[in-house]
Design a protein around this ligand. Structure first.
Ligand SMILES: Cc1cc2nc3c(=O)[nH]c(=O)nc-3n(C[C@H](O)[C@H](O)[C@H](O)COP(=O)(O)O)c2cc1C
Length: 141
């Protein structure tokens, strides 16, 4: 198992309707290639976790990295991992800016949801660590 995390900035014309349409293709591809993960979107910034076989993850990241719908792609993590955090999600997606709720409130909702999920029941420390990193990165600018 391999985990890769990057962050990037959405191009001006790449907004929610386009993101949802991209995601429906992405989910199909990811399911076919054994890739799971999570895409976070906030204030035009993306943070994405890709999980799967190393070769599959790196092959997909090569395509994503060159996608003109975002820029300033920064690789944050790229390593073997024993845990597949999002093993039930071909690509979980969350927009922290939707519905006018504050990002902080949204993060708390997500934390609560994840802590209830079976996927994480035995790995709460890893989950918390992951989301605490997510928080640090999202609020770093
Ligand atoms: C922020 C972002 C996240 C993306 N995530 C995925 C993904 O998880 N899976 C996927 O197949 N494509 C994803 N894409 C789309 C790929 O960059 C690419 O368009 C897609 O793999 C099709 O590539 P192809 O036309 O060269 O086959 C993402 C694009 C962006 C901008």
């Amino acid at each position: 198992m391999h985990s890769l995390v990057y962050r990037s900035v959405a191009s001006d014309s790449f907004e929610l309707p386009e993101i949802y349409s991209m995601l429906s293709n992405a989910k199909e591809y990811n399911t076919e290639h054994g890739i799971t993960g999570c895409l976070l979107y906030h204030n035009s910034h993306f943070l994405q976790l890709l999980e799967g076989e190393k070769q599959e993850v790196e092959q997909l990241f090569k395509k994503i990295r060159h996608d003109p719908r975002h820029h300033d792609v920064v690789l944050i993590e790229n390593e073997d991992s024993e845990v597949r955090l999002f093993n039930e999600w071909s690509m979980a997606f969350h927009d922290y800016g939707q519905n006018g709720l504050s990002a902080h409130h949204k993060l708390r909702q997500i934390d609560k949801f994840l802590s209830k999920s079976n996927v994480f029941s035995k790995k709460s420390s890893a989950t918390l660590e992951f989301f605490s990193n997510v928080k640090d990165i999202l609020f770093a600018y």
